[in-house]
Design a protein around this ligand. Sequence first.
Ligand code: PNS
Length: 160
Amino acid sequence: MAQIAVVPGSFDPVTLGHMDVIRRAAKIFDEVHVLVVHNPDKPPARFEADERVALIHASIAELGVQGRIEVTTWSAGLLVDYCRQVGATVLVKGVRSGEDVAYETPMAIVNRDLADVDTVFLVPDPANSHVSSSLIRQVATLGGDVAPYVPAAVAAALRA
Ligand code: PNS
């Protein structure tokens, strides 16, 4: 049976750090679903969910990421409800630091308790360890150059 992994996140917008995690996950798992999830704890969105999906598709093409990759949105309940719906048994999260591990660990335990869905932590390239969507939004809003941190499609969308 094909092993399906879900890479969830806000992706507002997708960064080179996210793309590194997606590329690594697609090398490990038979199928990867990149899931754009609304996070109520985050500030108002810079991009609508369908725009984020389009930017992830464009970034996959731009960077030549290989593998069976679906990109979609989820706002109908728990993350594990989506996993159950598509038969995914694994969540993949990128962890850049010990802080990320501390933030992600309780969610990983809850998701395993709720639906026996395990979480795999991938360590991205250290070149991207300081990159976050919130930092990108701030730099772009104040007129800085975000090209080193995001796919070209995202840099263009932030300029538009
Ligand atoms: O990119 P983000 O904002 O750090 O991603 C966080 C996200 C969307 C993965 C997280 O908020 C999440 O898992 N939301 C789904 C809601 C859910 O299932 N909660 C209960 C288990 S943690």
